[in-house]
Design a protein around this ligand. Structure first.
Ligand code: 6R9
Length: 667
């Protein structure tokens, strides 16, 4: 009997804490480039300093910001799990992100290089940004928005989106950004939940060479019959120039409303714990959670991590985070972190393949991007398109490469290093969540000897552990659940309007120990470095062994024929679960039947026979969320021959029909 078909009766869950000892036997190591290490913003001693005095370390980071009133206490954890950081301190986020740079003589420095998808482009300096933010803050005030009122933002990737976020921050009105490609229904439920007073949107935007309408979606979300009722005004930014439906009295053009405002505005200092924004995470089930972030701790950690992890040098670097402003990555590393650090950033409206598959590299070349922060899903797409595309461009300006959003497979990591970084640039694989607000686990580019596929260690000032189901730390070499065992400055302060759900979702699992449960599986290797193994819900249990989807996917992607893979565990009467793999091929010309056998053997060789997929299906696309994460839940529905669950967060729902049509039912 083959190992993957162990006898029935194998106690399920017996392997709950064990992982196969030979998983991810990745031996490659990459030391930081000497010149970068020499001049790095953060050195190895930061780890010791933060361990010796964690709160003192964060206070020191907070002092990089301008505080109108210094705090009384760094951390008040007496109301755990509700943290208060820098209590009594007062500051204005927009002042810190814009005005103080103008005041220090950097008004002419470019804050944003905007690149529209059709090729229109312009740059915005810090002095211009200051005037725009002041006008927008005055306009919101004129519309009756006061500190504490919520503003919904439904915008494409244009400079006005950055202005809108900062204007809200300036007047203390928490924003709730809803990704522009989300449906009217998603917008409506988010507006309702936060009871937003004003909505900022646009006529439309450019995507994949065509114009996408946005205003009609906003109207649908607000319609009198069944729509959100809390909105008093809609500010509409003109981007695409097409005609839009108009509701007199409610709708106002952004340009008309802001242009007549003064470009001066005195920022008010807000309490360190004043709400800064709400951002909804879709989660796997139920109603979206409104993740709440506040002011002082959030800005401290996003600016520190941006400085430390990307080694940002504000006078010379050009930073480009390719995320959308609708995700936390856009909030923290397009808007707040880079601007607090006086970075010059690129803001790109469109997709990587418009008008051709070289668009990202053309952008890097044009703006001299030195730090690039993108996602594994994008990297795997570039791998599929082939090395000859980036090879055509001058990428010599790059010096640090970042990854976020999913575990990065070692092969994708190596590809990124070789073909984009040209073997010169350290790669920082950054683990964090909407809930954590900022990067938590990542290499430091001037310090860490990196391992392809590992996010390595918690950053200075951050504490994380991998524990077993009883909450005990696992020994090196073993796997378990990732927890955060100390509060951190940019942690969520709750779920908007639902204190109980906050406690249940994150704090109940390890209530005895008081740990935050991240929902991710992880492994500590022999050196104690951390490897993320995917969401716990996705981890498979085959004949009593826990097997991570990430590891099997990484083994598949390490085969030269495979560009991308998604693996799920489907219920099996004999083994508990069986492994079903969906793969996208690189060239596409192989003989599929023989290839499937070869891939199974390959996985068995890389990981062990227990991890061998029972079925392998070649597909053209994988179902992904709009932020690029693979939706294994839907693939599990297909593998188990069930009706599909909720597909509303899927980029392209038709992908599922194609996949379902191809999968022969399990025998
Ligand atoms: C920033 C962001 C959070 C979840 C997280 C984890 C996955 C993010 C990762 C990673 C492995 C990384 N994730 N970064 N997994 N390695 N470097 O993506 O926030 O959208 O809330 O997603 O994404 O599963 O729990 P969010």
């Amino acid at each position: 009997m083959a190992a993957e078909e162990a006898a029935p009766g194998t106690p399920q869950g017996a392997g709950a804490q064990e992982t196969l000892s030979n998983l991810l036997h990745e031996g490659r190591r990459f030391a930081p480039p000497a010149a970068l290490a020499e001049a790095a913003n953060v050195r190895a001693d930061a780890y010791q300093a933060s361990r010796a005095d964690r709160l003192g370390f964060w206070a020191e980071q907070a002092r990089h910001l301008h505080w109108d009133r210094e705090w009384d206490q760094v951390l008040d954890w007496s109301g755990a799990p509700f943290a208060r950081w820098f209590t009594g301190g007062r500051l204005n986020v927009a002042y810190n992100c814009v005005d103080r740079h103008v005041e220090s003589g950097h008004g002419d420095q470019v804050a944003l290089h905007f690149e529209g998808e059709p090729g229109d482009r312009h740059s915005v300096t810090y002095a211009e940004l200051q005037r725009e933010v002041c006008r927008a803050a005055n306009a919101l005030t004129e519309l009756g928005v006061h500190a504490g009122d919520r503003v919904a933002i439904y915008l494409p990737m244009i400079p006005e989106a950055v202005v809108a976020l900062l204007a809200c921050a300036r007047i203390g009105a928490p924003h709730s950004v809803v990704f522009a490609a989300f449906s009217p229904g998603a917008l409506r439920s988010r507006i309702d939940d936060a009871q937003a007073k004003v909505l900022i949107t646009a006529d439309g935007y450019h995507r994949r060479g065509s114009v996408v309408q946005l205003k009609p979606n906003a109207d649908e979300a607000l319609q009198a019959d069944g729509g959100a009722q809390s909105i008093e005004h809609v500010l509409v930014i003109r981007r695409s120039g097409q005609e839009v439906p108009w509701t007199e009295g409610r709708d106002l053009w952004w340009h008309e409303t802001t242009e007549r405002q003064s470009d001066r505005h005195t920022p008010e200092a807000f309490d360190s714990e004043h709400p800064l924004f709400i951002l909804y995470t879709s989660g796997t089930t139920g109603k979206p959670k409104g993740i709440l972030h506040t002011t002082g701790g959030y800005l401290t950690q996003v600016s520190y991590t941006h400085r430390a992890v990307f080694d940002l040098k504000p006078d010379t670097d050009v930073f480009w985070c390719t995320a959308d402003i609708g995700w936390v990555t856009g909030h923290s590393y397009i808007v707040y972190g880079p601007l607090a650090n006086r970075a010059t950033s690129v803001l790109y409206e469109g997709t990587p393949d418009t008008p051709n598959q070289g668009r990202f590299w053309e952008n890097v070349d044009r703006y001299g991007v030195s730090i690039l922060y993108t996602a594994p899903t994008a990297i795997r797409t570039f791998m599929k398109w082939g090395t000859e595309i980036p090879a055509r461009y001058d990428l010599s300006s790059l010096r640090v490469l970042g990854s976020v959003g999913e575990p990065i497979n070692p092969e994708a990591w190596i590809w990124y290093r070789e073909n984009i970084g040209r073997e010169r640039c350290p790669i920082v694989d950054t683990w964090w969540q909407t809930e954590t607000g900022a990067i938590m686990i990542s290499p430091l580019p001037g310090v860490t000897e990196t391992k392809p596929g590992s996010a390595m260690r918690p950053l200075p000032g951050i504490s994380a552990e991998v524990v077993d189901s009883d909450g005990n730390p696992v020994p090196n070499g073993a796997g378990g659940l990732l927890v955060l065992d100390q509060p951190w400055p940019s942690m969520l302060r709750g779920i908007w309007g639902d204190e109980e759900r906050y406690r249940q979702t994150y704090w109940e699992r390890f209530a005895d120990q008081g740990y935050y449960f991240a929902g991710d599986g992880a492994k500590k290797d022999e050196d104690g470095d951390i490897w993320l193994l995917g969401r716990v819900d996705d981890i498979m249990l085959v004949s009593g062994h826990n097997i991570s989807t990430t590891e099997v996917e990484s083994a598949l992607v390490s085969h030269p024929a495979v560009a991308e893979a998604a693996v799920v565990g489907a219920t099996d009467p004999t083994t508990g679960q069986r492994i079903v793999a969906f793969v996208i091929l690189r060239g596409g010309s192989e003989e599929v039947a023989t290839l499937a056998e070869e891939l199974k053997t390959h996985v068995a060789k890389e990981i062990g026979p227990i991890a061998k997929p029972r079925q392998i299906q070649v597909v053209a696309e994988l179902p992904k969320t709009r932020s690029g994460k693979i939706m294994r839940r839907l693939l599990r529905d297909v593998a188990e021959d069930r009706a599909l669950g909720d597909t509303t967060t899927l980029t392209d729902a038709s992908v599922m029909d194609l996949i379902a049509a191809k999968l022969p039912h399990a025998t």
